[in-house]
Design a protein around this ligand. Structure first.
Ligand code: LRH
Length: 472
């Protein structure tokens, strides 16, 4: 196998892509090979992901990799967190995975936490309380379906299993379940008991950088694929994005990041988790990162609100960059909504939900696309500022550099609003930080890059990073 060709399969809630990455003269080169849409659909009374469609698109992408002249490569897979596929003993999936936005978890968190207290769950796991965490999804899961299940695979682990026939549970993603015990570094037995779930439902935990295996022979009968070995990367997209953040001096404690996609994940990279009473009260999370780090962060609604408004307004005919331009027609901060409110998780109509929230608080009601985007960007910038302040307080540090990565880092107006409001210097880009993080964990595993520190330097030098100074 030629160690020098790397493919990142990176699938978020709204789109997926296959990116070919390689090092040339010390710089990281990227080529987008294939891109496809993702989203959930109502099937059998639930919002579900079409996982077979995603797998087909992966094979189409891998065929394109071969057409591109890459005969041998390594592959890493990352996706959104939390969701899972249940499979039978014969290895077949029982049903398409249900999306974390599905209504089945409504009120389930409260119900579960009356059995095991919130304080105890946080002390054990250090994970933020979100209604849709796997813990509450499993609590809401249909008991007959669970009884049929031999194994539970998280989305990237399931894709890896389909490709290679090998099953593992990768830790950065598993930590988003709110079921891993921080101290024991295992699924917490008390939480599993409260769910009536046996530990054997899960495959052994593995760290990012572990070789999974080669693509199964049977797929070569159906598709014209390159020879490839799958390596388990930091399979949670946010963990990959943080690894792909171009911070030059990560040892300093003056920096924070926002992984800006469907969600905005705002936080710091830590060596030791913070699961104190204060962190619990601020509902910050300690998701596990690559190389023994923790992602101490807060989930904020993010570009999902814009994505939904874009989809609904004039049948989705406006592009995101047109929307960003239109948002500047009116002064910012005219109408503000709380982007952390669960009313925006999956409303029937995002436009009406934003308008209702403004109406209920006696603010001007955004009507045009520009006004709606203006309201969402203003609200996001305010929440970024507030959570940065929380972060500083909880960590006892002063932050003056903010690295915004991911698709949302292209929204220049929001970058500037954030710099102004939070009084920090913003570094924006790369927009493909997640795929980049996926690639560099592979490159480090195969010793093409010495360390994450060196990798971040390479990323900084390889891509255009825009800088925004706070303006008065
Ligand atoms: C971002 C993300 C986030 C999770 C959510 C389900 O794509 O993985 O980190 O909380 O999706």
């Amino acid at each position: 196998i030629d160690y020098k060709n790397y493919i990142a399969i990176d699938i978020g809630a709204s789109s997926g892509r296959l990116i070919y990455g390689y090092l040339k003269s010390g710089k990281l080169q990227l080529e987008e090979i294939h891109r496809f849409k993702n989203g959930f659909h109502q099937i059998n009374h639930h919002d579900r992901w079409d996982i077979d469609f995603l797998i087909r698109e992966i094979f189409i992408g891998l065929e394109k990799v071969k057409e591109r002249g890459v005969d041998e490569c390594r592959i890493g897979i990352d996706t959104w967190g939390i969701d899972y596929v249940l499979i039978r003993k014969n290895g077949e999936k029982i049903a398409d995975p249900i999306s974390y936005r599905d209504k089945r978890t409504n009120n389930k968190m409260q119900e579960f936490c009356s059995k095991v207290s919130k304080e105890k769950i946080y002390e054990k796991t250090g994970i933020q309380f979100l209604d849709f965490n796997t813990l509450y999804q499993l609590y809401a899961e249909d008991k007959e379906t669970l009884a049929k299940a031999d194994k539970l695979l998280f989305i990237p682990d399931y894709i890896g299993y389909i490709l290679t026939g090998r099953q593992v549970t990768e830790v950065t993603n598993a930590s988003t379940t709110q079921m891993l015990n921080l101290r024991k570094e295992l699924f917490d037995s008390e939480l599993l008991e409260a769910l009536h779930i046996k530990p054997e439902l899960f495959n052994p935990l593995v760290d990012p950088g572990t070789v999974l295996g080669e693509i199964c022979e049977k797929w070569y009968d159906q598709y014209d694929l390159p020879k490839a070995e799958v390596i388990t990367v930091a399979t949670h997209d946010t963990a990959s994005a943080v690894s792909g953040t171009p911070v030059l001096n990560s040892d300093k404690d003056n920096w924070a990041y926002i992984s800006s996609g469907t969600w905005s994940l705002i936080g710091r990279e830590l060596k030791t988790p913070i699961n104190t009473k204060e962190a619990y009260e601020s509902n910050f999370t300690n998701e596990w990162g690559a190389y023994g780090t923790y992602r101490f962060l807060k989930n904020i609604m993010g570009m999902w609100m814009i994505q939904e408004v874009q989809r609904l307004f004039e049948n989705g005919k406006n592009t995101y960059s047109q929307i960003a331009t239109l948002s500047q027609d009116t002064p910012f901060y005219n109408s503000i909504v709380d982007v952390r409110d669960i009313r925006f998780t999956n409303p029937p109509n995002m436009i009406e939900e934003v308008q209702n929230a403004c109406r209920e608080t006696n603010q001007p009601i955004p009507e045009t696309l520009g006004e709606l985007a203006n309201c969402i960007y203003s609200s996001l910038a305010i929440s970024y500022k507030e959570e940065l302040k929380n972060l500083e307080k909880l960590c006892g540090v002063a932050i003056d550099e903010l690295y915004i990565v991911g698709g949302g880092s292209n929204v220049e107006v929001l970058n500037q609003l954030t710099a102004n409001l939070a009084r920090v210097k913003v570094y924006a880009g790369p927009s493909e930080a997640t795929a980049i993080g996926n690639l560099i964990v592979q490159m480090i595993a195969y010793k093409d890059i010495a360390s994450i520190k060196e990798a971040r330097k390479i990323i900084y030098q390889s891509f255009e990073i825009k800088e925004y100074q706070p303006q008065v």
